[in-house]
Design a protein. Structure first.
Length: 109
């Protein structure tokens, strides 16, 4: 079963959020895919239910299996996360959260 992995980042500064998205789209999506993800996408969230004064962005990845995701987490994620934190330290007003789940169905399949 395929795995969905989402990294959400909330920013106090829209300027920092835009720089983070540029890095994500130019480098990081590719790096995670080269490390095992089937695909990656960037999403700039907007609309109802979002906190006032924050920009929120997501990186969404699909992995072929739990095994492929676990391999990514064990072998590649520490290095790639550290690269991101060195470019965008948390003291710039970033807050990360991550979710992982099985993709149960897609349409169209």
């Amino acid at each position: 079963m395929k795995i969905a992995y989402t990294v959400r980042c909330a920013f106090d500064s829209e300027k920092v959020a835009r720089a983070w998205m540029e890095w994500l789209e130019i480098e990081h999506l590719r790096d995670v895919c080269e490390a095992g993800a089937l695909s990656g996408e960037s999403v700039w969230l907007d609309g109802e239910g979002l906190p006032e004064g924050q920009a929120i962005c997501e990186a969404r990845y699909t992995f072929e299996s739990r095994r492929a995701f676990d391999d990514y987490v064990e072998r590649h994620a520490p290095r790639l996360r550290q690269e991101g934190l060195s470019k965008f330290p948390l003291d710039l007003g970033l807050t990360y959260s991550r979710t992982v789940g099985e993709i149960r169905s897609t349409y169209p399949s």
